[in-house]
Design a protein around this ligand. Structure first.
Ligand code: PRP
Ligand code: URA
Ligand code: MG
Length: 236
C-alpha cells in the first residue's frame, strides 16, 4: 500500500481507496451535486480520474534502477518493470482515456463495449462478442494484439452490481491476460458490486475513489453520482 492511500482488507486482493482529504472530498462533492453543470462535472471528474490513474500505476511492478544525477552522485530509484496497456469499457470508461494518455505517453488503449440493460441492470457485451456487427478481424483490432503479455489498466468510473466489469474481465482472460495483471481503475463503487466482483476475480487489483453505501432498487449507487456516462457525455 502506498503512503497516499488507505486500504480495505478483503479475503482477496487489497482494494486501494483514494485517500480522502479536503481536496478529494471537495472534488467528489462537486461531481455528486446534481446541480453541477456538465462543463464542471467533466472538469472535476477529470481531476479525480487523474489522481486515480496515478494511484493505479502504483499497483504495477517496479524494479530498482540507479541513475547518476547532474552532481555526479548516484540516486537509487525504480523504474516500471512491465509493459502496460489501457482498456476502456465503453461508453463511460472512455472518459478516463485522456487521463491515462496524459500520464502514459503513447499508451495503447483497447475498448470493450458493454451496456447495462436499463430494465434488468444486467450487462450485455456488444463488443467483441456480437458477431452480427463485427468481423473477426475487426474484433482483434480493438484490443492490442500482444495484450496477453501486458498489465491491463481497465477503466470504468462506475462499479454498481459488478456485472459489467466482471464481463470485461472475462473478455480479457479469454484473450490470455493474467488475472493478477489486471488493475481495475474506478471512481465510485458499491459494496454489493465489490463483493460480487472480488468473489469472482480475487486476483484483480481494484483502485477506487470512494466506496458508497448501497444500491437502490434500480441498481443505482447511493448516494452515487447518477448516470455517469449521461452526465459526462451530455445525454441526460
Ligand atoms: C454504467 C457504468 C458501468 C456500469 C456499472 O454503464 O459505466 O459500465 O453501468 O454497472 P454494473 O456494475 O451494475 O454493471 P452503462 O451500461 O449505464 O452505460 P454507459 O457506459 O454508456 O453509461
Ligand atoms: N451506472 C451509473 O452510471 N451509475 C450508477 O449508479 C450505476 C450504474
Ligand atoms: Mg458503462
Amino acid at each position: 500500500m502506498s503512503s497516499s492511500t488507505t486500504s480495505t482488507s478483503t479475503p482477496q486482493k487489497e482494494i486501494v481507496v483514494l485517500k480522502s482529504n479536503h481536496q478529494v472530498k471537495g472534488l467528489f462533492t462537486l461531481i455528486r451535486d446534481r446541480e453541477t453543470k456538465r462543463e464542471d462535472f467533466i472538469f472535476y471528474s477529470d481531476r479525480l480520474i487523474r489522481l486515480l490513474i496515478e494511484e493505479g500505476l502504483n499497483c504495477l511492478p517496479f524494479s530498482e534502477t540507479n541513475v547518476t544525477t547532474p552532481t555526479g552522485a548516484t540516486y537509487n530509484g525504480v523504474s516500471f518493470a512491465s509493459k502496460i496497456c489501457g482498456v476502456s469499457i465503453v461508453r463511460a470508461g472512455e472518459s478516463m482515456e485522456a487521463g491515462l494518455r496524459a500520464v502514459c505517453k503513447q499508451i495503447k488503449i483497447g475498448k470493450i463495449l458493454i451496456q447495462r440493460d436499463e430494465e434488468t441492470a444486467r450487462p450485455k457485451v456488444t463488443y467483441p462478442r456480437n458477431q452480427i456487427y463485427i468481423s473477426k478481424e475487426e474484433e482483434e483490432d480493438k484490443l492490442p494484439a500482444d495484450i496477453a503479455n501486458r498489465h491491463v489498466l481497465l477503466l470504468d468510473p462506475m462499479l454498481a452490481t459488478g456485472g459489467t466489469v466482471a464481463q470485461a474481465v472475462e473478455v480479457l482472460l479469454e484473450r490470455g491476460v493474467k488475472e493478477e495483471n489486471i488493475i481495475f481503475i474506478n471512481l465510485v463503487a458499491a459494496p454489493e458490486g465489490i463483493r460480487f466482483f472480488t468473489a469472482k476475480f480475487p486476483k484483480v487489483s481494484i483502485v477506487t475513489g470512494e466506496i458508497d453505501s448501497n444500491l437502490n432498487d434500480k441498481k443505482y449507487i447511493i448516494p452515487g453520482i447518477g448516470d455517469f456516462g449521461d452526465r459526462y457525455f451530455g445525454t441526460e
